[in-house]
Write a protein that binds this ligand. Structure first.
Ligand code: FAD
Ligand code: SF4
Length: 499
């Protein structure tokens, strides 16, 4: 059997039960069709080529314009049937099924996630009509995998959830959290070769990218990923929790792990990451609130999102319950931070342009929150996030954008839309103090587009949200605004132009 590895199946756990030949396929067409961040293209190709170099003679590394062409050509070369670990998107699963017309392909169960599809399905079915809450899924996963439990089976420290300790605003008077930077990768000849290829493709007019491609910041090999993990556990995890929901302009990384890209490339297994975090707590190297907060992300959120992607079906991506049909404006799509006076937006777009990454809260509160207020089409936003972020893959973007960020599923993932006015951005970040606009003003030249946009959004969806018990109070607040007509006229006029 030849095992066919996709570009996000690069760790040892995708081949440790196989000692035969391996097929890897690199297709340029992926980048021709859509405008990706250049740093993402660099990272993914570098990771694949590094893995092929490690696997040596065992691997047939095929480069071809299209994926299907490459596999068909390769299949003619490799004798016998193929096997492949379940790929991570509907499109890739369809490709495997299409190719089954030409060659026998054995589809193995998914790897790289903590909970199996079967376990998720039986958990979901066991709930009857109850909502598929992440908190319940996560507690079940803690019990299933024996993570952070006391001897009596209860949660370590007597609590399942330390969110209340982990929602601190940014520390006052500090530009950074003061945590050590992660170890940055040292580029090699493979990185240089990838860059030369990207340059050539761009020069030939075959592909176009967004964003800048500076020195590579994210792990592309297992060794680099382990170095980031080791350093995170030893030097950053203890500080992960308290300020995980806060933004500091001068500190893009804060105490976040930077592990999403290597996890999603398959270089690390989530359970090994969780085990390392738990060991740090048991050894007294990191406090429980931080460790629980981190484990919740990896064992809880990451797996929950993965399972919902499959559980909710392929047409979930098309959900648009709020009827948002606006086009993504060019300034936003092209990551042009200089287009806007709104410091939070400008800084966040610049961060994405520079790194192809910003942490969870700028994604949710700034980028997603603004798109929601403006009524931009969720499918366009999903595509944009997918292309612009180094860790973006279909399985992870669709539920995060459609459900968590745009409330386009009408409340399957989150009971209320996640969006806020400038006051909350002001509380959780240090953007507003240096912004030309004022978070307390909603109408006029100095009006904050988030504050005005928040009320504009609520007014547009007044009817729907007045019957949502978590939103009814906010909707009632509209009645107290004496300048609502003026505000609505102002925001109707602004629409999607840069604020
Ligand atoms: C609109 C939006 C889009 C997002 N798109 C992606 C994406 O394409 N790829 C991606 O991996 N994450 C995505 N996330 C989740 C999260 O923002 C990133 O995983 C995180 O910022 C990556 O940085 P980190 O590795 O330093 O994470 P940390 O803050 O250190 O968190 C640890 C790990 O938890 C996992 N995690 C936490 N939250 C989520 C989540 N909601 N979904 C999946 N995994 C999660 C990641 O693997 C992450 O590495 C998105 C969130 C939002 C709101
Ligand atoms: S005042 Fe408004 S636009 Fe300016 S940084 Fe704060 S939230 Fe953003």
């Amino acid at each position: 059997m030849t095992r066919w590895l996709f570009g996000d199946q690069l760790g040892p756990h995708f081949v440790d039960d196989h000692d035969g030949p391996i097929l890897m396929v690199e297709s340029r067409r992926v980048f021709v069709r859509r405008r990706y961040h250049r740093a993402k293209a660099q990272l993914v190709l570098s990771a694949m080529r590094h893995r092929a170099a490690e696997l040596g003679d065992r691997v047939s590394y095929v480069r071809a314009p299209t994926y299907a062409e490459a596999v068909r050509a390769a299949v003619a070369d490799v004798a016998g049937p193929l096997e492949v670990v379940q790929p991570t998107s509907y499109a890739a699963v369809r490709l495997v099924h299409r190719l089954e017309a030409d060659v026998e392909i054995d589809l193995l169960p998914a790897r790289g996630f903590a909970t199996s599809r079967e376990d998720f399905t039986s958990w979901a079915e066991g709930r009857g009509d109850k909502r598929l809450l992440m908190e319940d899924f996560y507690r079940d996963a803690r019990r299933r995998h024996g993570v952070l439990l006391d001897d009596d089976g209860g949660p370590a420290g007597g609590r399942w959830n330390f969110d209340a300790d982990n929602r601190e605003p940014p520390p006052k008077g500090q530009d950074t959290l003061g945590v050590d930077d992660p170890p940055w990768p040292v580029e090699d000849a493979i990185d240089a070769e990838v860059r030369a290829d990207l340059d050539r493709w761009e020069r030939d007019g075959e592909v176009a990218f967004v964003g800048r491609d500076g020195p590579r910041l994210f792990a592309a090999t297992r060794a680099e990923a382990l170095a980031v993990l080791d350093h995170f556990i030893a030097r950053r995890l203890a500080d992960f929790g308290a300020h995980e929901d806060a933004i500091l302009e001068g500190d893009p990384w804060m105490a976040h792990s930077l592990l999403s890209a290597p996890l999603n490339l398959g270089l690390l297994d989530p359970l090994e990451v969780v085990a390392r975090a738990e060991a740090a707590f048991r050894n007294g190297e990191a406090p429980l609130a931080s460790v629980e907060g981190f484990v919740r992300q990896v064992l809880g959120w990451r797996d929950y999102i993965w399972h919902l992607y499959w559980h909710l079906g392929e047409d979930y991506r098309d959900r648009n319950e709020l009827g948002a049909t606006g086009d993504l404006p060019a300034w936003f799509a092209d990551l042009d931070g200089s287009a806007t006076r709104a410091r939070c937006l400008s800084h966040t777009l610049d961060g994405v342009a520079e790194r192809g990454w910003v942490h969870h809260i700028p994604r949710l509160m700034v980028l997603g929150g603004y798109a929601l207020q403006r009524g931009w089409a969720p499918d366009q936003l999903t595509d944009w996030f997918h292309r612009s972020f180094v860790d973006g893959y279909d399985w992870v973007m669709v539920p995060n954008v459609v459900g968590m960020s745009q409330h386009a599923d009408g409340g399957v993932l989150a009971t209320k839309p996640y969006t806020s006015g400038g006051a909350y951005v002001n509380k959780m970040s240090d953007h507003c103090s240096d912004c030309a606009l004022n978070p307390r003003i909603r109408v006029g030249e100095d009006a904050c587009p988030f504050t005005a946009g928040y009320w504009w959004f609520l007014d547009r969806h007044r009817e729907r949200f007045s019957s949502n018990h978590r939103m009814a109070r906010q909707v009632k607040g509209l009645d107290r605004l004496t300048d609502l007509d003026e505000l609505v006229a102002q925001e109707d006029e602004r629409g999607s132009s840069p604020p």
